[in-house]
Design a protein around this ligand. Structure first.
Ligand code: IMP
Length: 423
């Protein structure tokens, strides 16, 4: 049985949580492969809204097992909060949530380092979620990190102390005003680790291999989006992991020839949170309407998201990099009411019209070239089948499918599980 992937194709916040939740009935195992609590995967059903940061989005399904893979970075304090929030649902978490021993730990000082690094950058800051993601992956690739499996060793506190001491010296080096009480932060950290240790730590690559061999269906759940990929995103305004399809291989230990469907999720328009280039960004009433109707506020930080028209140049790039085999278009309902919709089909790049993503898409290099399409007025949120979709939306979908050469299999028309149209 091949491992299917589900990935965000834009700058994150495409709606991966909802779709994993919708698709989980088809899978036995949901496995997160990268990122950490910078993610906020939102799920809505039975009138309740849930936001998950590290725990895979299959957790609410009775029969699905959930794995936090080696490529993920885990903050025990946030993890404990997530577990606490789930307690009232009686989900029997212990028997359905497993953590890779090779996943790295976010220490309190990683979060402080993130804040110090951002403060030192001034206007050039990345707009990080300040969850310690960058510093933790730096320690991973610098071969200094602490892993979940270390917590099973007797000397882990010594290891922790050495690393935290080094981090404190680094924080001082930044020479910025960061106030903190490490003793207080550590109290929380150690308590949370005690709770984390109640869960099963596994060699997840072996576990997944055996599961796959025995015919289990596995879905790898990505976090963030392709344009935030450390290699292929809008560097340096990116996150610190490989958010693209290859990240699932390294983040779970699944061989490339074992990957099956690659499900790519995108919004019918574009959003971005944090700093960095965004060619189709709107600063007018249209952008405000998208933000208001789409409730575009970060699930993790509450920051307002920047909004703009669909950038097909960037989307095509993401489809290619990931080898996307099927698409899911989210938040189509948010575009109801516009007379005209714009789709960016090319860039004017240094005086030349191009249709691929160049090295630098900063505003001084790139201006979007738009195609216009007729909008639709109908409220989509109560629609339940593809034949109910308005003709103009059907045209919008047809146009995208033709350009991207990949079928759009799901059109989402609202945040709830039930507001999902399969095509
Ligand atoms: P970091 O991953 O917290 O260091 O943030 C780096 C950049 O990625 C910032 O621009 C964040 O706003 C953005 N980012 C990180 N995680 C997410 C996410 O889950 N959704 C959207 N943007 C994200």
């Amino acid at each position: 049985m091949a491992v299917d992937l589900l990935l965000g194709l834009q700058w994150g916040d495409e709606g991966k949580g909802k779709i994993v939740d919708v698709l989980t009935t088809d899978y036995d195992i949901i496995a997160r492969f990268q990122g950490g609590p910078n993610a906020g995967h939102t799920l809505e059903f039975d009138g309740i809204k849930h936001v998950l940061h590290t725990i895979p989005s299959g957790i609410f399904h009775k029969n699905a097992l959930n794995i936090v893979g080696n490529g993920v970075v885990i903050d025990p304090v946030i993890f404990k909060k997530e577990l606490d929030a789930l307690k009232k649902f009686n989900l029997d978490i212990k028997s359905k949530l497993f953590i890779s021993r090779k996943a790295h730990l976010i220490l309190p000082t990683h979060r402080l380092l993130d804040a110090a690094s951002e403060a030192s950058k001034g206007k050039a800051k990345i707009g990080s979620t300040l969850k310690g993601i960058g510093p933790t992956y730096m320690d991973k690739t610098g071969r200094n990190g602490m892993r979940i499996g270390d917590l099973e060793m007797s000397d882990w506190k010594e290891k922790y102390r050495n690393l935290a001491n080094k981090h404190e010296a680094m924080i001082a080096y930044y020479n910025v005003d960061i106030q903190y009480d490490l003793a207080e932060l550590e109290k929380d950290f150690f308590e949370s680790i005690a709770e984390l240790k109640q869960l099963s730590f596994i060699d997840s690559e072996e576990y997944l291999y055996q599961a796959q061999k025995s015919g289990k269906k596995i879905l790898a759940e990505g976090a963030q989006g392709s344009l935030l990929d450390i290699d292929f995103g809008t560097y340096p305004f990116v996150t610190s992991s490989n958010t693209t399809a290859a990240g699932a291989c390294t983040g779970l230990g699944v061989a490339p020839n074992q990957i099956g469907d690659v499900k790519g999720i995108f919004k019918a328009y574009t959003t971005r949170v944090g700093s960095g280039p965004f060619p189709t960004e709107l600063f007018d009433e249209d952008g405000e309407t998208m933000a208001r109707v789409g409730n575009e506020f970060g699930a993790t930080t509450g920051r307002p998201r920047r909004c703009g028209w669909l950038d097909l140049v960037a989307l095509k790039y993401a489809v290619i990099i990931n080898g996307v085999t099927e698409l899911m278009m989210m938040k189509a309902d948010v575009l109801s009411g516009f007379d005209t919709l714009k789709i960016c089909t090319a860039y004017n790049y240094k005086g030349e019209k191009i249709e691929h993503l160049p090295f630098n898409i900063e505003a001084e290099n790139v201006t979007p070239v738009y195609s216009e399409m007729k909008g639709w007025k109908e409220d989509l949120t109560k629609m339940s089948s593809a034949d109910q979709l308005p003709a103009s939306l059907q045209d919008y979908i047809d146009f995208l499918e033709k350009e991207l050469e990949v079928p759009i299999k799901i059109v989402s028309v609202g945040p709830d599980r039930t507001q999902t149209i399969h095509r």
